[in-house]
Design a protein around this ligand. Structure first.
Ligand code: DON
Length: 307
């Protein structure tokens, strides 16, 4: 029997399969060797229906898609004012791995760039937390949003930590500016762990649907983050989630979103659905080239643009 939504999703994937632009991330050895033929999409409604097509059970590292969830955790754990005292909410217009501090302060411009994400990681689980407590807090929160226990891609963790010189540099600058007080090396280690959480597009679609559903996981009915925190997270995803392509993204797709260098992208449309796509080749902005095309198509076909 035909099943209209999955069949539609298969058609969407087939329509973008010929796009061969870009390349997988090359600065993390394991990601550089990714199978670039992989392509997957999943949608999860706020009622808990999940539709998927393509390589939807293939796991990959969450990478920067962890940043909005870490931001949500930091807001829960130390309060929004303490977070805003250390991390801004303005788009940087620069690449994700630039320092991008606000003029006249030591604050990173937003929590979606690496500098802001390192500062965010340092706030998770409160001021007295240890490195392992921060890491476990994030794994637990992301698992609650996915509706299953998530683990790590150890090979990605080890490869990234070995070559995390740029993030070490950023963390030391943040420590020098008083934005973080913990050891820079511990923060980088925890942040790299956070980025190595292993997910499928099904997991990510449910995590995004939890944001779309005001912090309530659609399958378990659990309020995993407060509604006020969700509003802040979705606002920053809208303006900063797709880095220096945020303007094009908001115009063409119009959904709060976040991308990761393993090739994943999530979108969360408040009150409606979460979506996730995966394909490893990245465009010049560091966003999955086919993933962006899938999202543009879904937004157009299904009228998902928020305006
Ligand atoms: O900090 C890094 O370099 C990575 N762990 C995460 C970067 C990332 O996913 C950027 N997204 N497009």
């Amino acid at each position: 029997m035909r099943s209209p939504v999955p069949d539609y999703l298969v058609d969407v994937l087939d329509a973008v399969r010929s796009i061969d632009d870009g390349a997988p991330a090359d600065y993390i050895e394991v990601l550089a060797k990714a199978d670039t033929s992989r392509l997957a999409v999943a949608l999860a409604t706020v009622d808990g229906e999940v539709y998927a097509a393509g390589d939807s059970d293939v796991a990959f590292s969450i990478q920067s898609i962890s940043k909005p969830f870490a931001y949500a955790a930091a807001i829960e754990d130390v309060g929004l004012d303490a977070v805003l005292a250390r991390i801004g909410v303005e788009p940087s217009g620069n690449a994700f791995n630039e320092l991008s501090l606000e003029d006249g302060t030591h604050r990173p411009m937003n929590p979606m760039i690496n500098a802001g994400a390192l500062a965010t990681h340092a706030l998770v689980a409160g001021p007295d937390a240890s490195g392992p407590q921060r890491v476990e807090r994030l794994r637990t929160l992301m698992s609650a949003m996915a509706g299953r226990e998530l683990g790590y891609d150890e090979a990605v963790y080890e490869a990234e930590l070995r070559d995390a010189h740029r993030n070490r540099g950023l963390a030391h600058m943040l420590r020098a500016g008083g934005i973080i007080t913990a050891e820079a090396e511990t923060i980088v280690d925890g942040y790299v762990r956070q980025c190595s959480v292993d997910v499928t597009v099904r997991d990510l679609a449910l995590m995004a649907a939890t944001l779309a559903n005001g912090g309530v996981q659609p399958l378990t009915g659990r309020q995993v983050i407060h509604r006020d925190g969700v509003r802040q997270v979705l606002s920053v995803m809208t303006t900063c989630g797709m880095y220096d392509a945020a303007g094009d993204w908001v115009s063409n797709v119009g959904i709060p979103a976040k991308s990761g260098v393993a090739g994943g992208i999530i979108g969360a449309l408040p009150g409606q659905l979460g979506l996730a796509v995966f394909s490893p080749k990245l465009d010049a902005h560091g966003n999955s080239a086919r993933g962006v095309a899938v999202c543009e198509r879904l937004s157009r076909d299904m009228g998902l643009h928020m305006m």
